[in-house]
Structures are given as structure tokens and as C-alpha cells.
Design a protein around this ligand. Structure first.
Ligand SMILES: Cc1ncc(COP(=O)(O)O)c(C=O)c1O
Length: 509
């Protein structure tokens, strides 16, 4: 529970050095020279000032003629997707099963993914800045990992329900990169990882409350559908969830360390706080960017109040670097939640790791007894996911993929900044390496306390869909029109091609 004395693979000082206790597996396969994706930390106060200006500026959306041209492009070039989307509506609720999918004017159906590109059913090729929502730092469908997965499938199939060597190899590799992860439990998704972390934190501390930052997404389990997307929204989106499930969940405003202290102090008198759950770069992958010293300050507060610090590294591990955000910031969490990269872009991607003491609450098997935080999953920790994750991480380390993807993010962000300045737009862009934010409507930065909130929400939300549609028609798929994940496959040529597409869109705004 207390600040660990272990040496994380930090970005400071000894930077890229092996963790102190690494004596084994990484060296077998990796070069050990991979580094961190963030070349320069975002200037958080300056970004916040620009975001404030964005939400208080008139919308710079695309005019109706431009939107009509883009819609016409879809009518002409995306007809096969349109037909499949129509059929999907007959059998799938809303016709879409991916929350991050592009739905304006209809979902695009993808048939091929390779490196930096996606191809749709109509044969259109796009630069893929969604990267499946983040897991594929090596680029989509990376052949060396695919080959290992195919070998595994040929030998034992995807699942047996019994221990497989790849489970151990993956857990050991994660420990090598993140020494604080002494024990690792592989699960089916980031959502499950968060559920498990919360349960273990309560089992270990005997305390009740869970604290999260407003605006953060930590999956869709009952306890964390709270304060999502916009800070201060509390249970607004908790349809179908009984109030009791959220009774012990609290949110506090992004960046507000004093607010967190007050909350922890109040809860100390009322059952105590089991866990403070956060994304180290800030909620929604840094949509509200965290100041550089933020995580260290929260670590101190957790130690003071006896709460576990849980890093949700579903996006940042291992996108920020093989040491994750904990290595980059040099702050050791008690528990780390994994998703996405941990299965290298293959299903099922999730898990939780931490100190032996805390993790022992998960002990599995028929004979486990005592104070146990129950977890399960028939297909969890299957050989396929573990093999994919293991080989993806080895390859990411060997190829220095996080840093290369980060360099692509830097180039893209610099180019976007230049375009924004050139066209005099209020848009805001910044990046944490390969996590690039591009806020054009500011909808995610609206404040509930703003008297204009309800009049601004609709048009600003609509604009996101419109921008996302325009980018796609120009050949670039983004994450919901406001975020971009770059990968190692994004060469300078790919990035410049993307910038030309953004240029064509911005020129019309
Ligand atoms: C920070 C964060 N935590 C948790 C999750 C949930 O992970 P999953 O979609 O694997 O359930 C996500 C998903 O995007 C995420 O971004």
C-alpha cells in the first residue's frame, strides 16, 4: 500500500535502463533499448487556456455546402458499407457494436487492416488513426505477431482452460517492464481489470469508497459508469444501474489535488477510501491533461489516507513506453489495470497487476480459500491472448515501437498546430506521444455549471460527427473525430499524407 521502493523503468535519470530487478526474460528477446513516447511534456496551463478559449468561441464547423459534398462522397463511394449498415440495423441494436465507431452518415465496414491503413468494403483506403481504439502500437495486423499466433493456434488452439506457458511468459515480461507488477492476473478486458482492481482494493484495505476523476472512462461495469465524458455528470449515464451500485463511487474534478484531499478526508470518517482510480495522463487519455507532477501528488495523498493508488493503464501501457505511464512518471501504483496492448490487438485484452500482497487476494483454483476477491472468466488468460500479448510486447520493445509511434504523433501534432494557426481556427491540439488530441468543437470541455451548457451541447456534439465524417471522406479515420492514435507504421510519408487531408478539411471550416 505504501509507496513502493521498487525501481520502475523511469523516463527520468536512468531513463531507458533495465529495471533493477530484471535479470531474465526481456533480454532473451528484446534489445532493451526502447524508450518513452513523450519527447516533450505538454504545457498543461497553456492547453487549458486554449481549451477555455475554444469552448467560449463561436463554433468553426464545416458549412452546409462542405457537408453536402462529403455526404455526396459517401453516397458515391461507400455504397457497400451503406448496404451492410442497413442490414446490421435489422439484427444489431442501433446497427453498431463499437462505441468509438464512425456513424456519420453511416458506419464504414472494414475488410482489411494492414500497418497504417484500413480498407473498406467498397475498396476505399484510409489512414488508420483509430488503431482499433489503441492496442496496435506496432500498426495493424503486424505480421511477426500474427505468425506466432497462427503457430499457437496450430499447436493447441485458442483455449484449453489449463495453464499454458504463454501465461507465465507474459506475466514475467510485464513484471520485467513494470517491476511493481509482481503478480499479474490476465482477464478478458479493461472493464474486467477495473472491476477486479476495485474488488481487490476493497478486500485488501477493508475500506469502501472508490474515487475516480470526473470525465474518465474506466469501462462499463456498474461502479464506474459515473462521471463519464464530462466531469460532474455523476450517475447521468447510469441507466439500468441501481443507485446502490454507485453509492460508494465518487468523482473529483480533473487536476484538483486539494479537492481530492478534502474528499479523502471526508471519507476517512465514513468507511475510508479503498482506491483512487486514475488514468495517469488525465481522464480520457489526457482529454483533460494531467500536470506533470499530478500522479506523484496523488500517490502522496493515497499513502496519507491508506488508499490504494490504481493506475488505469489500459491506454498508456504500453503505448507510452514499455514501462508504461508508471515508468514515465516515476510513480509506482499499488495496482495497474491493463487492456488493449496487453493482448497485442488480439482478444481478449485485459488484466490487473500489482504487489504480491494485494494480488494474492485473487488466488485462483478450486482450493483457494479465505479472504478472496473472486475473479473468473472461462476464456480469460487463454493461450491465444497471452501469446499475442507476449510477442507484441517483445516486438514493441525490440523495434522501439512506442517511441517511433510517439515521433509520428509529434510530427502530426506539429503539422496540425501549423494548420490551425494558418487558418486562424480556435481548435486545440496536443499530444502525449502517440496519443494525439484534436479538439475542434470543445464538446468534451463544456462545463455543466456554464449557463449556456444545454444550448452548446447539441451543436458541439454534432460537429464532432461532422468532422469525423469529413476526415474519413478525405481518407483519415480518427477516434470519434477528436483523437488520433499513431503507430510505428506511421512513417513521415503517412503523416504528411494525413496532414494534407486535415488541410483540405480545415480550409473549409
Ligand atoms: C482508460 C480505459 N480504461 C478502461 C477501458 C475499458 O477497456 P475495455 O474496452 O477493454 O473493456 C478503456 C477502453 O477504452 C479505457 O480507455
Amino acid at each position: 500500500m505504501s509507496s513502493s521502493t521498487q525501481t520502475a523503468r523511469t523516463a527520468e535519470g536512468s531513463g531507458d535502463a533495465r529495471p533493477a530487478d530484471t535479470s531474465t526474460s526481456v533480454a532473451e528477446t528484446g534489445t532493451g533499448t526502447s524508450g518513452y513516447a513523450i519527447s516533450q511534456y505538454p504545457d498543461v496551463p497553456a492547453i487549458e487556456a486554449r481549451l477555455h478559449h475554444l469552448v467560449h468561441s463561436p463554433l468553426r464547423a464545416l458549412p452546409p455546402e462542405a457537408l453536402a459534398r462529403y455526404e455526396a462522397w459517401y453516397e458515391q463511394h461507400a455504397t457497400a458499407s451503406k448496404a451492410l449498415a442497413a442490414e446490421a440495423e435489422l439484427y444489431i441494436p442501433g446497427g453498431v457494436q463499437h462505441n468509438l465507431a464512425l456513424n456519420d452518415p453511416w458506419p464504414l465496414a472494414v475488410t482489411a487492416a494492414e500497418g497504417a491503413y484500413l480498407t473498406d468494403l467498397d475498396g476505399n483506403r484510409y489512414i488508420d488513426f483509430l488503431q482499433a481504439g489503441g492496442p496496435t502500437v506496432l500498426g495493424s495486423n503486424y505480421a511477426p505477431v500474427r505468425e506466432k499466433v497462427l503457430e499457437l493456434l496450430a499447436s493447441c488452439g485458442p483455449v484449453t482452460g489449463l495453464l499454458h506457458e504463454y501465461e507465465v511468459k507474459l506475466a514475467k515480461l510485464i513484471h520485467d517492464f513494470m517491476p511493481a507488477v509482481q503478480r499479474f492476473r490476465m482477464l478478458g478486458s479493461g472493464t474486467e481489470g477495473v472491476m477486479a482492481a476495485i474488488r481487490a482494493a476493497r478486500a485488501f484495505t477493508g475500506k469502501t469508497h472508490i474515487v475516480k476523476i470526473g470525465g474518465a472512462y474506466h469501462g462499463w461495469s456498474d461502479q464506474v459508469v459515473f462521471g463519464m465524458r464530462l466531469p460532474g455528470t455523476g450517475a447521468l449515464e447510469a441507466t439500468g444501474i441501481p443507485a446502490g451500485a454507485l453509492e460508494k463511487t465518487r468523482e473529483f474534478p480533473p487536476g484538483d489535488v486539494d479537492g481530492l484531499r478534502a474528499l479523502l478526508a471526508a471519507q476517512a470518517e465514513d468507511g475510508g477510501t479503498a482506491a483512487v482510480l486514475l488514468e495517469p495522463v488525465g481522464p480520457e487519455s489526457g482529454t483533460h491533461p494531467a500536470p506533470r507532477d499530478y500522479n506523484a501528488r496523488v500517490r502522496e495523498l493515497c499513502d496519507e489516507f491508506g488508499a490504494l493508488l490504481v493506475f488505469d493503464e489500459v491506454v498508456t501501457g504500453f503505448r507510452l513506453g514499455m514501462g508504461g505511464a508508471q515508468g514515465y512518471y516515476g510513480v509506482t501504483p499499488d495496482l495497474t489495470v491493463f487492456g488493449k496492448c496487453v493482448a497485442g490487438g488480439y482478444p481478449a485484452a485485459g488484466g490487473v497487476g500489482g504487489s504480491q500482497q494485494v494480488m494474492d487476494t485473487f488466488a485462483g483454483g478450486l482450493t483457494a480459500a479465505g479472504k478472496r476477491a473472486f475473479t473468473g472468466g472461462t476464456l480469460s488468460a487463454n493461450p491465444l491472448s497471452c501469446a499475442a500479448g507476449y510477442h507484441a510486447l517483445v516486438e514493441m520493445d525490440r523495434t522501439d515501437a512506442p517511441r517511433k509511434a510517439g515521433a509520428a504523433g509529434d510530427r502530426l501534432r506539429a503539422g496540425l498546430d501549423a494548420l490551425i494557426a494558418h487558418y486562424g481556427l480556435p481548435y486545440v491540439t496536443y499530444n502525449f506521444g502517440s496519443i494525439v488530441h484534436l479538439h475542434t468543437s470543445g464538446v468534451l470541455h463544456l462545463s455543466l455549471s456554464d449557463p449556456d451548457f444545454f444550448t452548446e451541447l447539441g451543436p458541439r456534439l454534432d460537429m464532432l460527427g461532422q468532422m469525423s465524417m469529413a476526415y474519413a471522406a478525405e481518407g483519415v479515420i480518427t477516434l470519434a473525430g477528436s483523437r488520433v492514435y499513431t503507430s510505428m507504421a506511421d512513417t513521415d510519408e503517412v503523416v504528411d499524407q494525413a496532414l494534407a487531408a486535415f488541410d483540405r478539411v480545415f480550409a473549409q471550416a
